[in-house]
Design a protein around this ligand. Structure first.
Ligand code: ATP
Ligand code: MG
Length: 465
């Protein structure tokens, strides 16, 4: 039998809420919510609907009349994190931050709390994985603000809830949600039931106190946040921290955000002093781009921001059957599709070779507009011809490749071209666009784009001479 749960009913309008709040969500009156214990045995849905029929039916309110609290955002002091969140943390909201081990989840949350303490906010850092001494060691490398953060090493859910209730922090980090356990359940910490219970309990106390709560979560091998899917439904925002551990670049993106766009990308670099925001990642990635065969620059869009990244390909004779197809930073299926189109419509066959494609810097680009860059990089690697221009600048491009070998339109062409021109690259290879921006060299098909890129590389001219 489900355990009886308290409900809160507004004296003024009868609005019913599961959690106490200072202001009634129904009529906007203050201090009108009163706790009513649900009668024992009313946990089942049948019981509650019977009770509803007997009592006055609940009243639905036009949304215009619902009083919404003014939404003020808490800045984390980390610009890239604020941007991915949609402008900072929303009080009372729940953020799930996922990432593979050692990627820097504890580092970024400790830095954010440190910044908030320095800005005069109340914060709390709950660590279930490390001792407070370990947390302090990390804080020492992150600077003075991080050392001021009150930390609690605790895994018992009830104790953590009580601590949040007592401290009423503006922001609280629970690192990690998988280590929390409730004594009321017999299952082990990290199990579906425990994670659900922990997230539910923490959400309730956070909403009641207006605390912005960040739950750190582990990520499974497949890249999903470990634990039940319900966790992702429950929280307001799911952030994923990605990157390769051996490389210093880290990217942060929102998979879900109830308060902002999900396409924003934050780029960081891990240094000894913590995570440093990379405000102009295009400059970094273009600066590091090689001008060798198999390298092109992709004009990608990450949310509202254009981003130039280097796409590298290597085509080498294979020793295994079937040959290897290795994709880092792009989707494997996309690579397979592009190789097929290249062979059928581009005259570039790589059937007997291993193909490796890599997006430099450990960034993931999951957009159709990356296809042309992958195709040109593979073609350039296969022929051993660099696609640089006379001054040695790498080729910049974007565009979707269709199955019939046509180049397709992708959004934000002007911004992609403008970003490339800003860094001295161009003309940019791309698909046909009705109102073409200056600096865009348009091709209708992949074959034409390949020919145009080779002309630029001087190969076609050399062959003609
Ligand atoms: N002195 C240092 N200089 C540079 N980088 C460091 C230094 N110390 C730690 N790091 C980096 O910080 C990473 C660990 O960060 P952090 O503990 O925040 O990760 P995490 O995501 O919380 O890991 P876990 O899943 O184990 O909790 C290391 O993998 C390493 O890349
Ligand atoms: Mg950690």
């Amino acid at each position: 039998m489900a355990k009886p749960r308290s409900r809160y009913v507004c004296r003024a309008c009868g609005h019913e809420a599961l959690a106490w709040a200072g202001q009634c969500g129904g009529c906007g009156e203050w201090n009108t919510l009163e706790e009513v214990a649900a009668p024992a045995g009313s946990g089942g849905s049948g019981g509650s609907s019977r009770r509803r029929r007997a009592a006055a039916p609940p009243r639905a309110i036009p949304l215009r009349d619902v009083v919404s609290p003014r939404e003020e955002r808490l800045s984390t002091g980390i610009g890239e994190l604020d941007r991915v969140l949609g402008g900072g943390l929303v009080p009372g909201s729940l953020v799930l931050l996922g990432g593979s081990p050692g990627i820097g989840k504890s580092t970024i949350t400790a830095m954010a709390l440190g910044n908030m303490v320095s800005a005069g906010r109340q914060v709390l850092y709950v660590t279930g994985e490390e001792s407070t001494a370990q947390v302090r060691m990390r804080a020492e490398r992150l600077g003075s603000g991080a050392l001021e953060v009150p930390a609690l090493a605790e895994t018992d859910l009830a104790t953590v809830v009580a601590a949040i209730e007592a401290e009423r922090p503006d922001a609280c980090v629970v690192d990690s949600v998988q280590t929390m356990h409730s004594g009321e359940l017999s299952s082990a910490p990290g199990s579906v039931a425990q994670v659900r219970e922990a997230a539910g309990g923490l959400m309730e106390v956070a909403k009641r106190n207006g605390t912005a709560l960040i739950l750190v979560g582990h990520v499974t091998k497949e890249g999903a946040v470990a634990g039940p899917r319900v966790l992702e439904h429950l929280v307001d925002c799911v952030l994923l921290f990605e990157g390769e551990r051996e490389r210093s670049y880290r990217t942060l993106r929102a998979l879900k955000n109830r308060f902002g766009a999900t396409s924003e990308l934050g780029v960081f670099e891990m240094r000894s002093g913590g995570l440093v925001e990379v405000e102009d990642p295009s400059a970094r990635f273009v600066g590091e781009a090689t001008a060798a065969a198999g390298s092109v620059v992709l004009c990608a869009m990450e949310g509202t921001r254009p981003l130039l990244v280097e796409v590298q390909a290597l085509v080498a004779p294979t020793e295994v059957v079937p040959p290897r197809r290795v994709a880092n930073g792009i989707d494997r299926n996309r690579l397979a599709m592009i190789l097929a189109v290249l062979a059928r419509h581009g005259g570039v066959g790589v059937g007997g070779s291993d193909v490796f494609v890599n997006v430099a810097g450990g960034v993931r680009v999951d957009e159709p507009g990356a296809a042309l860059a992958i195709a040109l990089a593979v073609a350039s690697a296969q022929r051993g011809e660099p696609l640089t221009d006379a001054e040695g600048r790498p080729l910049a491009c974007f565009g979707e490749v269709g199955l019939t070998g046509e180049l397709r339109y992708v959004a934000h062409a002007e911004r992609r071209v403008a970003e490339a021109l800003k860094f001295g690259l161009g003309p940019v290879q791309g698909p046909r666009i009705r109102e073409a921006p200056a600096g865009l060299e348009m091709s209708a098909t992949l074959r034409k784009a390949l020919a145009s890129a080779r002309r630029r590389g001087g190969t076609a001219l050399r062959e003609a001479a």
